[in-house]
Design a protein around this ligand. Structure first.
Ligand SMILES: Nc1ncnc2c1ncn2[C@@H]1O[C@H](COP(=O)(O)OP(=O)(O)OP(=O)(O)O)[C@@H](O)[C@H]1O
Ligand SMILES: [Mg+2]
Length: 263
């Protein structure tokens, strides 16, 4: 069980190669962060996990289903993808209707639809906005609407493409709480982000991408103290690591770890 990707290559129709021979496995129930500079291929890569894009060669297998054997519609409930830009995903006139769209499409009874919407809305801090038009919400909250939609779909694998973009501290904290709750519910969560502090606060496994490939697949300590990896992927060391480095305190990624080594 899980996602198994082998030797995947993806070229856009104009011939541009965006993914060049990636192999990786993600277990059921894992939470994984994907980081790397703009244009590294992160979005392209995750879109192949639910057939939004299909590789030119190589295989993507989810829970023993080879994605080349199924349609996007067949796999999109199992692997829910939250778009990088909420505008690509929102088209209903109220937050309730938006979150209810997939459960209604699946012809669930309206009482079950309501239950799913209320659960997802509560988890995403949207209960008081259910009657609001998603486009009347600020960008940060619109992102939560798109996350709630995928939660209400009941996807077992949830891919969040840059949920942290445009979020304030409360938004980031809530996203961390949502990910923790989804893992408790036995979901698998794959999150693309440019926020390194968010990564350290929420993830033990980090996949670093650069220039169409995976540079490393490791934990925060290994990633943020490997200067070759940081340079290759154009990543900045988080501030606490930089401070530690200046003081000769290495291999720390959190303030607590820093303080323990200082004492
Ligand atoms: N439709 C397309 N046609 C041709 N090239 C594309 C297309 N979409 C993306 N690309 C190119 O593929 C590469 C990877 O893009 P992708 O969106 O996967 O990167 P990313 O890592 O998600 O970047 P970001 O952090 O900016 O979201 C980039 O060079 C991009 O310009
Ligand atoms: Mg992207």
């Amino acid at each position: 069980m899980g996602i198994v990707i082998e030797n995947v290559i993806f070229n856009y129709p104009n011939g541009f190669c965006a993914i060049d021979d990636i192999s990786i496995s993600i277990e059921r129930g894992e939470k994984v962060a994907i980081i790397g500079q703009n244009g590294a291929g992160k979005t392209t890569f995750v879109k192949m996990m639910n057939n939004l894009l299909r590789p030119n060669s190589g295989t993507v297998i989810v829970d023993d289903i080879n994605l080349s054997d199924v349609t996007t519609a067949q796999i999109s409930k199992k692997v829910g993808y939250v778009f990088q830009n909420p505008g690509d995903q929102l088209f209903n006139s109220t937050v309730f209707a938006e979150i209810a769209y997939n459960p209604r499409y699946r012809k669930l009874p309206e009482s079950k639809v309501k239950e799913l919407v209320e659960d997802a809305a509560a988890l995403c801090g949207l209960t008081k906005y259910l009657k609001t038009n998603p486009y009347d919400l600020p960008f940060g909250l619109r992102k939560f609407v798109t996350i709630a939609c995928v939660i209400a779909m009941g996807s077992e694998y949830i891919i969040l493409d840059e949920p942290t973009a445009g979020q304030d501290l409360d938004g980031l904290k809530l996203q961390g709480d949502i990910i923790t709750e989804l893992i408790k519910r036995n979901k698998t969560v794959i999150t693309i982000t440019h926020d390194m502090e968010f990564v350290i606060d929420n993830f033990e496994r980090i996949i670093v991408m650069a220039d169409k490939k995976i540079v490393t697949d490791s934990n925060p300590h290994n990633v943020f103290w490997d200067f070759d990896v940081l340079e290759t992927a154009s990543l900045k060391q988080p501030s606490i690591c930089k401070l530690g480095n200046e003081l000769g305190i290495t291999d720390i990624v959190t303030i607590d770890e820093f303080l323990q080594k200082v004492k």
